[in-house]
Design a protein around this ligand. Structure first.
Ligand SMILES: Cc1cc2nc3c(=O)[nH]c(=O)nc-3n(C[C@H](O)[C@H](O)[C@H](O)COP(=O)(O)O)c2cc1C
Length: 313
């Protein structure tokens, strides 16, 4: 069985799950550039058992490690859903952090943080019925911070690792992530801990890794930026920042976008065109002409023409 703690010792950088961002192509790219592993976008257990989920949402593809994130509320349905993704998954992750009303109104995501016993029931059942690691991703609490109680419950119920976004659900993305609270979990539990929230550069590695947590999970800073994992690994190894040549940035990002498009070929997605537009906007963010490029491919369905537009960009 995979040992998450050992994995993080070798490489502590994990790509965060982000709905509509971290599709299989993007995750493969981040792993190639140095992410230890990544987690799928959140996937509904109810939709899974009804057969309503594209396989591309949870497939392993060419990933070394595929952590599949599930959300829902019923422990038995979690187990049923985990069996459906079993062949593709190396780990099962449970979302206890999503603050979106679409999710919380189903009594799922961060809504479950209101009731730590329920969190425990889900983890316990999944651990009992699965041979692979079961992990959880939480926020600090729903309205008020209850992180210690929740983290202990998750640890006691046998989860292999815990990722913590240092905000409550009520905070959404406002303010700064509370890394003192993440450190408190590190000190008061023995669970393998992955800290998350506002990690954006090498200084954050020095500030938080091994003092606040065993691994760092990176979300928004990695959007359009898989090279961040290369930079972070370089920093860890050489204790200095990787110099990068801004002149070459555009060509590097073009290459990356081409790689990304290749990874999407022969896979089925909900809205491929929109996905390509969004990702290219992120890959070319801050590069002159990015907006015009996006407009050029906005209605383009012919993939060869998109490759040509990249060439001409
Ligand atoms: C666009 C977007 C989509 C997200 N989708 C998910 C998700 O599907 N599952 C999840 O657990 N967290 C999700 N998150 C939360 C992130 O995983 C992460 O916890 C949060 O962005 C804080 O990390 P960061 O400051 O590094 O971005 C999402 C965040 C963003 C910005």
């Amino acid at each position: 069985m995979l040992d998450v703690k050992k994995l993080l010792k070798k490489n502590p950088f994990v790509l965060a799950p982000m709905d509509d961002v971290t599709d299989i192509g993007f995750r493969e790219l981040c792993e190639e550039k140095g992410a230890c592993y990544s987690t799928t976008e959140l996937t509904s257990i109810n939709a899974l058992v009804r057969g309503k989920v594209f396989k591309s949402r949870y497939e392993k593809g060419n990933l070394r490690i595929n952590s599949v994130q599930l959300f829902g509320s019923e422990p038995d349905v979690f187990v049923e859903a985990s069996k459906i993704v079993d062949k593709e998954a190396d780990m099962i992750d449970v979302n206890f952090g999503c603050p979106s009303p679409n999710v919380t109104r189903q009594y799922a995501g961060s809504c479950l943080l209101k009731d730590p016993k329920n969190v425990g029931n889900i983890i316990e059942k999944l651990v009992k019925e699965n041979e692979k690691p079961v992990t959880a991703k939480i926020r600090l609490g729903y309205k008020k911070a209850t992180h210690i109680e929740i983290a202990k419950e998750i640890e006691d119920c046998g989860a292999d690792a815990l990722a913590v976004h240092g905000r409550t659900a009520a905070q959404k993305y406002s303010g700064k992530a509370n890394w003192d609270a993440i450190q408190e979990i590190y000190e008061k539990t023995n669970i393998t801990l992955i800290g998350n929230g506002d990690v954006k550069d090498e200084d954050d590695i020095a500030k938080y890794l091994n003092s606040h947590c065993d691994g760092l999970m990176i979300g928004r800073a990695a959007i359009g930026n898989p090279f961040l994992f290369e930079r972070f690994n370089y920093y860890l190894k050489h204790k200095k920042k990787l110099e990068f040549d801004r002149e070459k940035l555009k060509e590097k990002q073009k290459e990356l976008l081409r790689d990304y498009l290749k990874k999407l070929e022969n896979r089925e997605f909900f809205n491929l065109n929109l996905k390509i537009q969004r990702q290219s906007m992120w890959f070319f963010k801050g590069i002159e002409g990015a907006k015009e490029f996006r407009n050029k491919i906005a209605q383009e369905k012919d993939i060869d023409k998109i490759y040509r537009a990249i060439e001409e960009f």
